[in-house]
Design a protein around this ligand. Structure first.
Ligand SMILES: [Zn+2]
Ligand SMILES: [Zn+2]
Length: 382
């Protein structure tokens, strides 16, 4: 494929999908077209070229990197008067036809022999687990304290609620496929050996839907925006991943749905910092409180305060522990609140306080708090 191919070919219309089609839709569409057009089965004139075209389109659109290059080039390429810059590299394809799609992989468990009526013998299991989905939420420190319940809005494939995933019109049921008696496989005799082939009537599902559900066109799967509620446990650590079982993409042919993985970010708080199950806070105190000791009110995460006793002669930066006022951890026990006191220097000192402080300064001029480090440093002299 060349950049010229990128500019000239509309891969979305070749596959007959919307520009915002998701991976599952692309895959589904490609599978359908590949089956119809594969040169082994379709001998019509032009079928092979079409098959190559859809494979090329799928090769590009199924690769997120190639797809974004393609989208960018289609959007900006022509008006930019070229590409070449910006790391654009449409190559990465192999083979003379210029694409490299693992068809077997795409067809999800078929091998070509089974699919197109050739050899087989491998037992096919069509039921497939749905993919996991991932999303991210941010919660406040407050929500983290008690845990919270959040609505998550997800866009993507989900089991059709109209037919509950069966694909059959409500009130009707899929019928057992009579060609394979519901097994999804037919036996073929070749030279005295029995071979199992995927049933070509039901494509291995074992079921025939006579009246399709119009809501999902018989697929049992619809694309929609859905909202689910996620319970975020108290004390969750930032960047934790929660796995919500069965909330991912629906499975195929009765397979289990995937999981939804929620990456939880806990936002920073203005006054509290998380330290494991403990919570830290810095609290300003006055110089006189540090010297004489005091009983001070300290904020706790629940929104109230506790009284903390500061002993006399407390040094700047000392940390006090208030038991059980920290974070509830996921097993239900609580951490502590670690209170660091910091002596605050007033921005303004006026009136009597200023006079008294000046008076105090006169009293302590003999006391040089730097004397010790100056003496220590003097010993360094050689
Ligand atoms: Zn349906
Ligand atoms: Zn069948």
């Amino acid at each position: 494929m060349s950049a010229k191919d990128y500019l000239e070919k509309d891969y979305y219309s070749i596959l007959g999908v919307a520009k915002d089609a998701d991976a599952a839709t692309l895959k589904k569409k490609y599978r359908k077209l590949a089956r119809e057009l594969h040169p082994d089965t379709n001998k019509e004139k032009g079928a092979e070229d079409k098959f190559k075209a859809v494979s090329e389109a799928y090769d590009v659109l199924s690769d997120p990197k190639k797809r974004s290059e393609y989208d960018q080039l289609r959007t900006y390429g022509a008006s930019n008067g070229g590409f070449g810059g910006g790391g654009f590299n449409p190559r990465g394809s192999q083979g003379q036809s210029g694409f490299n799609v693992n068809l077997e992989d795409v067809l999800g468990g078929f091998n070509l022999g089974d699919l197109f009526g050739g050899g087989g013998g491998r037992k096919q299991q069509r039921s497939r687990r749905g993919s996991d989905l991932e999303t991210e939420v941010s919660i406040s420190f407050n929500d983290c304290l008690d845990g919270t319940t959040l609505p998550l809005t997800l866009r993507g494939q989900t089991t059709c609620s109209n037919c509950k995933g069966s694909g059959a019109k409500p009130g009707t049921n899929p019928k057992k496929c009579s060609a394979c008696n519901g097994s999804g496989q037919t036996m073929r005799n070749a030279g005295g050996f029995g071979f199992a082939d995927t049933c070509s009537v039901c494509y291995g599902t074992g079921r025939i839907i006579e009246q399709k559900d119009s809501n999902c066109n018989g697929t049992g799967i619809v694309n929609e925006t859905r909202t689910i509620t996620a319970r975020i446990p108290a004390g969750i650590k930032s960047n934790s991943k929660l796995r919500l079982k069965g909330k991912g993409e629906p499975g195929g042919s009765g397979g289990e749905p995937g999981d939804l993985i929620v990456n939880v970010i806990v936002k920073e708080d203005e006054i509290f910092q998380r330290d494991g199950d403990n919570v830290r806070i810095s609290v300003p105190i006055r110089y006189d409180e540090a010297v004489f000791g005091a009983q001070i009110a300290v904020p706790v995460p629940s929104g109230t305060t506790v009284t903390l006793k500061i002993p006399s002669h407390t040094q700047n930066g000392r940390t006090f522990r208030v038991k059980n006022e920290g974070m509830t951890n996921t097993s239900g026990s609580k951490g502590d609140l670690l209170v660091k006191v910091e002596i605050a220097v007033p921005q303004n000192i006026t009136g009597n306080a200023k006079d008294l402080l000046a008076e105090y300064a006169k009293e302590v001029t003999h006391d040089n708090p730097r004397a010790e480090i100056i003496a220590l440093n003097a010993r360094r002299k050689r």
